[in-house]
Design a protein around this ligand. Structure first.
Ligand code: CMC
Length: 431
């Protein structure tokens, strides 16, 4: 019997199946269960995919026990310190760091695609004045497929690449329009002379009535936040993009489905939920009461920004963001912000509490990101849009990988049916 297999024996029938073990570069080896149903007639049951690898991927690696995150092999700490969001986008898409010439060409390409069709802009007039920006983002990203027929042939590599450039380039413009709709100000067109984060800040905060100066602290912090959010292997929204993409749908539709999945408070919506939680807690003196609520199984309250499906150690992105948060608030003379003080105290208390220690619940990326966004003047409702913007190169790279992977088929999970057994219809007058 090969050492590279696992044998599963069905005690009821005595039948056995030898399952191959597949090994990757890092991380646990994977048992290939594809023949289990064919050979033994069983499905496997894994709600939440806690033990199931849904695909093979070369893009991102996470070691949740060690708190390690690598994009294409590069540690997140090095990329956050030394790289830029556009360089990281290139890395995720093409697999290697670009040469100066390649980065230049990529940046020019992205810059040339920042405009959106004028009629796409009109969509925003149809939204209610207080529409949630994630609702607008999801709808408008989906509508891109109605404008770019030339790039939705998913079987053509050039089309796929053009589509990837378009989505990375247009997300800030769409986000900017959603922001302006939210705050009731006129839409600001992209400025291609500005860096990616500076252009975004300009579309969010500049007004026709006054000169707007980009704050370099804000520009750097935003670029770093986008880098930290750029990919996170097979999380819920990325898996949604892949599942939608596996049907052969166009990438704009697939990414819109990723935006919808990201919105939930257990995922990207947590950054908004953290700020709302800090507002609700209100004062450091109330922290013990809220820690008790988070531990109470009869209370639905959870400490937002704490815990992670994969990280059972400090989220490495949270370590970087925590430091940046202090730097940004210092630079903006907001070091005494009461919500920062509250967040620090909450973290201290939770990290000493047996409940959180035993369950390995540490602050995640969303715990401090909201405080930075708030310091930059971004309304709470808008935080998840920035997460989506950062995640876009990851989503599109994962989609491209899926389309190019000849092992991928339409995603079609099975189920353990627990409903009524087959029964006959009873006419209405006999019930
Ligand atoms: N506050 C209190 N208890 C918690 C929390 C929390 N934030 N998170 C997990 N637990 C408890 C949970 O009740 C369970 O306890 P027990 O074993 O006694 O039943 C145990 O810890 C394991 O939790 P789980 O829900 O089985 O873990 P999961 O892997 O299914 O969920 C999670 C992961 C991130 C959804 C969850 O930790 C959570 O809801 N956190 C708050 C929301 C949040 O911050 N989400 C952002 C995630 S990071 C960014 C992203 O990926 O989008």
């Amino acid at each position: 019997m090969s050492k590279d297999t696992v044998t599963v024996t069905d005690n009821a029938s005595g039948k056995s199946v030898e399952l191959p073990i597949r090994t990757g570069t890092h991380g646990p080896a994977t048992i290939d269960i594809q023949s289990v149903y064919k050979e033994l007639g069983y499905f496997t049951y894994d709600p939440g995919f806690t033990s199931t690898a849904s695909c093979r991927s070369d893009i991102t690696f996470i070691d949740g026990d060690q708190g390690i995150l690598l994009y294409r092999g590069y540690p997140i700490e090095q990329l956050a310190e030394k790289s830029s969001f556009l360089e990281v986008s290139y890395l995720l898409m093409y697999g290697d760091l670009p040469t100066p010439k390649e980065l230049d060409a990529f940046t020019t390409n992205i810059t040339n695609h920042t405009m959106v069709n004028e009629s796409l802009k009109d969509f925003f007039d149809g939204f209610h004045y207080n529409a949630h920006p994630m609702a607008m983002l999801t709808a408008v990203v989906s509508s891109l497929s109605a404008f770019y027929h030339d790039s939705i042939d998913i079987n053509d590599p050039d089309s796929r690449e053009l589509c990837a450039h378009r989505i990375i380039a247009k997300m800030p413009t769409i986000a900017g329009a959603a922001f302006k709709h939210l705050v009731g100000e006129p839409f600001v067109y992209p400025q291609n002379r500005l860096s990616y984060p500076a252009n975004l800040l300009n579309m969010l905060f500049s007004r026709p009535s006054e000169k707007y100066e980009i704050n370099p602290v804000a520009e750097k912090a935003l670029d770093q936040l986008l880098i930290l959010h750029a990919d996170h292997e097979q999380n819920a929204s990325t898996s949604t993009v892949r599942l939608a993409g596996s049907t052969g749908t166009n990438p704009f539709a697939a990414i819109a489905s990723g935006c919808a999945a990201l919105w939930g408070p257990a995922h990207g919506g947590a950054n908004e939920a953290v700020l709302r939680m800090l507002e609700e807690i209100g004062d450091v003196s109330n922290v013990p009461q809220y820690i008790a609520k988070a531990k109470d199984k009869d209370d639905p309250f959870r400490l937002m920004g704490f815990g992670h499906r994969v990280y059972k150690n400090y989220d490495p992105r949270a370590t970087i963001i925590r430091e940046t948060c202090h730097e940004v608030l210092d630079a903006l003379n907001m070091a005494n912000d009461p919500q920062l003080e509250l967040a620090v105290r909450l973290e201290e208390i939770a990290l000493q509490d047996d409940y959180f220690v035993e369950r390995k619940l540490y602050p995640n990326v969303d715990f401090y990101s909201g405080l930075i966004y708030k310091a930059l003047g971004i309304p709470t409702q808008f935080f998840t849009v920035l997460f989506a913007l950062g995640r876009t190169p990851g989503w599109i790279s994962q989609w491209m990988e899926l389309v190019e992977d000849n092992e991928q088929r339409i995603g079609r999970p099975r189920q353990l049916y627990t409903g009524a057994a087959k029964r006959d219809y009873i006419p209405l007058d006999q019930r």
